[in-house]
Ligand binder design. Structure first.
Ligand code: 3PG
Length: 231
């Protein structure tokens, strides 16, 4: 499918696979996970990699800490939640780059799981020009790269875009990414009629472009979900 590699194109047995996921989950005021849909959505790729003999290093953002450490936006609760979902240990690294993380990654056993701390605690994640080495430091952790962060695919950030250049022939789309691209392609290029689109979620500013594109293609457009205010 498409012009990208799939998980099945990668030889992952015995390899360390660095996978970008989107664990940008809603949190309660007390800091617990209010909805784990995005974590669950990454499970098929994680299970595929583990079942095929890889060790998996996960990286994600959470919220918009703007390049600073913000404790309430730590991914530590996601590591604990992932342990519950998978019923296997998940090591949590308190940073996403640096010597300590490199040691953890190097020592990760076969079929082990490591979740890195929020990549957006570093300004270079969203603004790679601030530190062109940041993507390279992340890349050092794995033998292969997988992007399964569909919900972040519209961002050209260090861990979603730049990093792929360090894995020529060894970078692939995850199962979630592939599934979403497949459905989007079908919807946008050969929809069956009548074609009704339902758009939900928050952050309307990031969805205006999608709405404009869909308006020309759909018979009906329904919007709902988070705080939508159309003047
Ligand atoms: C989202 O929730 O829309 C994605 O995780 C991207 O988050 P962002 O809008 O903060 O880049």
């Amino acid at each position: 499918m498409g012009t990208f590699l799939s998980l099945s194109d990668l030889a992952v047995n015995g390899k360390k696979v660095l996978m970008r996921v989107d664990f940008n989950v809603p949190l309660t005021d007390e800091g617990s996970i209010a909805d784990d849909t995005r974590i669950r959505a990454s499970l098929p790729s994680i299970r595929y990699l583990l079942d095929n003999g890889a060790s998996v290093i996960l990286m994600s953002h959470l919220g918009r800490p703007r390049g600073k450490r913000v404790d309430k936006l730590s991914l530590a609760p996601c590591a604990r939640h992932l342990e519950l979902l998978l019923q296997r240990p998940v090591t949590f690294a308190s940073n996403c780059v640096g010597d300590a993380v490199e040691v953890l990654a190097a020592q990760l056993p076969s079929q082990g799981l490591l979740l890195l701390e929020n990549v957006r605690f570093h300004g270079a994640e969203e603004h790679p020009e601030q530190d062109p080495q940041f993507a390279c430091k992340l890349a050092r952790l794995g033998d292969c790269y997988v992007n399964d962060a569909f919900a972040t695919a519209h961002r050209a950030h260090a861990s979603t875009a730049l990093i792929a250049q360090y894995f020529p022939g060894n970078a692939a789309a995850g199962l979630l990414m592939e599934k979403e691209i497949h459905f989007l392609g079908t919807l946008l290029h050969a929809p069956s009629r009548p074609f009704c689109a339902l758009i939900g979620g928050a952050k309307i500013s990031t969805k205006i472009g999608v709405l404009n594109t869909l308006l020309d293609k759909v018979d009906k457009l329904l919007i709902g979900g988070g705080p939508w205010h159309i003047p």
